[in-house]
Design a protein around this ligand. Structure first.
Ligand code: SIN
Length: 306
């Protein structure tokens, strides 16, 4: 939908509305991304891609629990050299910004993958420094401020596109990590990735996921994510992208009031389909109109007044 109330300039990216596809279960094929844009997303983020192809973990990789999903896919991906074909195709068919999610096992890998993605046409990068269960990448990098800073600086030196950094809630102080990321040059911070979790089957007495441990997403983590956005907003001036359990316009507005400039939606697509983006945008627009705001930017961080 088109409405001046919904437009956002996110670290230089122009979004027609503040809803974005979260990096996650979807997002390797240009065709899937096209379907998400048809559902109303203002931008899309791919699933994370690394330097080399990775098979990921054995099944089951996703389990449904109360109020959410636990997933541990193990960062399966075709590797950046194969994935550039999808980036090229996506750029031909999408009329919204394309953000490529990147992971690596070293600062050099993050930079090399980011550069290939940016050179192929990615409008921005989102660094996955928060996957909660793959060893030597993800949160093993994002939990260590010094290592995180080195990764961000290396990527920033390699690309001239905005660099978003997706943070983990599985830390003592997300504000400390956000500050390190901002000082290293992050253009925006995504909060949050999944919460470390597991589920056990009483019949087999065994963990359900192939990897045993996974990451919880969906409405169960929304209050955690809102708190993280709130904490980060108090500490840094970098734009924040809220992520975690957003399924309707009220959820999205809560994130804006906490300090987010845009929101990502992932797990809700499983139950609501891709039209959830349009429904959320319509609801935000109606809320802004009813409250007399001219643009969504006017409500970012409003809950911090007292
Ligand atoms: C996965 O591929 O297992 C999930 C990645 C993530 O949580 O960042």
């Amino acid at each position: 939908m088109k409405s001046n109330r919904l437009t956002v300039n996110l670290a230089g990216l122009k979004l027609a509305n503040p809803t974005m596809l979260a990096s996650g279960i979807l997002g390797y094929s240009a065709e899937t991304l096209e379907g998400i844009v048809a559902g109303g997303a203002g931008a899309v983020i791919t699933k994370s891609v690394g330097l080399k192809p990775r098979a990921g973990y054995a099944n089951p990789t996703v389990v449904q629990v109360d109020c959410g999903l636990i997933n541990a896919m193990g960062l399966p991906n075709p590797g950046i050299d194969e994935f550039v074909k999808e980036i090229r195709q996506a750029k031909k068919v999408l009329n919204v910004p394309l953000v490529v999610s990147v992971y690596g096992f070293s600062e050099e890998e993050y930079a090399a993958v980011s550069k290939k993605a940016a050179d192929t046409g990615a409008d921005a990068l989102e660094l996955n420094v928060s996957c909660p269960h793959v060893k030597e990448t993800g949160s093993e990098i994002g939990q260590k401020p010094e290592t995180l800073s080195k990764v961000i600086k290396k990527v920033k030196a390699a690309v001239d596109k905005p660099v978003f950094v997706k943070l983990s809630p599985n830390v003592t102080s997300i504000a400390d990590i956000a500050e390190a990321a901002a000082k290293a040059g992050a253009d925006a911070l995504t909060a949050i990735n999944t919460v470390k979790a597991m589920a056990i089957d009483p019949e087999t007495s065994m963990p359900i996921l192939g990897n045993k441990l996974g990451g919880l997403s969906g409405s169960a983590i929304k209050p955690i994510a809102v708190r993280c956005v709130y904490d980060i907003y108090e500490r840094v001036k970098v734009p924040i992208i809220g992520c975690g359990g957003i399924a309707n316009w009220r959820d999205a507005v809560e994130f804006f009031l906490a300090g987010a400039s845009a929101v990502q939606i992932g797990t809700a697509i499983a139950t609501k389909g891709s039209s959830v983006f349009r429904a959320v945008s319509r609801g935000i627009d109606a809320y802004l109109k009813r409250k007399g705001f001219k643009n969504v930017g006017e409500i970012v961080g409003l809950s911090h007044r007292c």
